[in-house]
Write a protein that binds this ligand. Structure first.
Ligand code: PMP
Length: 462
């Protein structure tokens, strides 16, 4: 779950940090600095950043050459409004993205957050059909158990009860299908005998609604924040892409978390050999050094727009600002120069292997999953019956807090199924992590799970 906090002025002129909901208890410290995979708080305590923040800082903290680029760019110009001037870093980053991304994903529209990238992708999808004169194609199908962002459009497509419930009146009623959640198959089937019924469900939904009302289907290739790295079986995405093609529906891949090397390919979609029509990128695009995200669009989707109204009706003040795009460019260069995409695949398999050893050791670990350096653990009170912990136990937050006490940062995830706790965490360290540091991460997680299990036994709350 997202950390819910704000800052308010309390008395005099002193700004005090104010937790609206004390998710992370008294361990909620001020950060001092970071270097590589380590973070240091105001008391000098060291933490290993086992989740790259919110799966963001993919090249680690305090990388000198990125800081140099930031300084150099700030000396030249940090902001210019994109309708007045274009700028070199934005142009170069768009060119580089077109080079490294598969297929004809050649058009980049830069924004500032993953939510905005998703919103832009949706707008482009709708505009595409309008330019082609198909004004009725407006619905977007998504999957339940997904997170596409916190703005109203992106939240409308997100299947996550806790994040949605307050805003339901504002949310669009987008149709959803089940996720490829094999651990708790909605049909009680097992792969491959299931014949990918969850993928076939897309065709059922399309037929029910009518293809001429549907603009696009959106999915995160690996379900991150709302699922703890739920990774689909082989053939799943190929099947979905086929169905979309057959019914003239665009495929939007939300690669905000998975993109730019996180899973061991530049796009996670590449693991399953499909090229999305539109991709949303964020997080790893600037690796946390500045806010930066993008909607990247394939040539065939841009064509009617270029021939038609010649502009995308979207944009934010800070879209494509030179400071952020210079960082994006430097991060991409750094990733390529240090071969971090292939390193992510190599070290990711070591990580997954080590996590599986912990799964054998601890009875609360129901499943370990993921690909490359995007891995997750789901927790259960009974591994044979796969029974989740009761929601009131708040196990995910307890694990995150214990890990933090031990000097390890992990990301609280949750499957977000109403009524169940859906306890899960993401382990997704910077792609730059060394094998020794990876071992340290595992040792700290081992210690944490040991303490958590002990706590559960003593309090007998499971
Ligand atoms: N899509 C996905 C897949 C994400 O993981 C996230 C953030 N966790 C978002 C969209 C939203 O990104 P942001 O928080 O930058 O708006």
């Amino acid at each position: 779950m997202a950390l819910l906090l704000g800052w308010r002025k309390e008395g005099g002129s002193v700004m005090k940090s104010f937790l609206i909901k004390p998710v992370l208890d008294e361990n909620y410290k001020k950060i001092s600095h970071g270097k590589g995979v380590f973070l240091y708080d105001e008391d000098g305590k060291r933490y290993i950043d086992g989740s790259s923040g919110a799966v963001t800082c993919s090249i680690g903290h305090g990388v000198e050459e990125i800081i140099e680029v930031m300084n150099e760019q700030a000396q030249k110009i940090s902001f210019v409004y994109r309708s007045h001037f274009t700028n070199e870093p934005a142009e170069k980053l768009a060119e580089e993205l077109a080079r490294v991304l598969p297929g004809s994903l050649n058009f980049s529209f830069f924004v500032n957050s993953g939510s905005e990238a998703v919103e832009t992708a949706l707008k482009v999808a709708l505009q595409y059909w309008q330019e082609k004169g198909q004004y009725r194609k407006t619905k977007i199908i998504s999957r339940w158990m997904s997170y596409h962002g916190i703005t109203i459009g992106s939240l409308s497509l997100s299947g996550h009860t806790d994040r949605r419930f307050r805003f339901v009146p504002l949310l669009d009623t987008s149709p959803t299908i089940h996720p490829p959640y094999c651990y708790r198959c909605p049909y009680d089937l097992t792969y491959p005998d299931c014949q990918l019924k969850c993928a076939a469900e897309l065709e059922v939904a399309i037929k029910r609604i009518g293809a001429d009302h549907i603009a696009a289907f959106i999915a995160e290739p690996v379900i991150g924040a709302a699922g703890g790295a739920i990774t689909p079986p082989h053939g799943y995405y190929q099947r979905l892409k086929e169905i979309c093609g057959k019914h003239n529906i665009l495929f939007i891949a939300d690669e905000v978390m998975t993109g730019i090397g996180r899973t061991g390919k530049m796009l996670a979609s590449e693991h399953w050999n499909f090229v999305p029509d539109i991709v949303a990128l964020g997080k790893g695009l600037s690796a946390g050094y500045t806010p930066l995200a993008a909607a990247v669009v394939s040539d065939h989707v841009m064509e009617p727009i270029v021939m038609g109204s010649k502009m995308i009706m979207s944009g934010h003040t800070y879209s494509a600002n030179p400071q952020s795009t210079a960082v994006g460019l430097a991060v991409l260069n750094y990733i390529e120069k240090n071969q971090l995409v292939s390193e992510s695949l190599r070290k990711g398999s070591i990580l997954l292997n080590e996590l599986r050893k912990l799964q054998v050791k601890y009875s609360i670990v129901g499943e370990v999953r993921g690909v490359g350096m995007l891995t997750g653990m789901e927790f259960v009170s009974d591994i044979f019956k796969r029974i989740p912990f009761r929601k009131e136990i708040n196990l995910t937050n307890f694990i995150v807090m214990k890990a933090k006490e031990n000097g390890l940062i992990v990301y609280p995830s949750s499957t977000g199924i109403e009524g169940d706790s859906g306890d899960a965490i993401l382990i997704a360290p910077p792609l730059t992590i060394t094998e020794e540091e990876l071992q340290l991460l595992i040792d700290l997680l081992d210690k944490t799970l040991y303490e958590v299990e002990k706590h559960l036994q003593v309090s007998e709350i499971n």
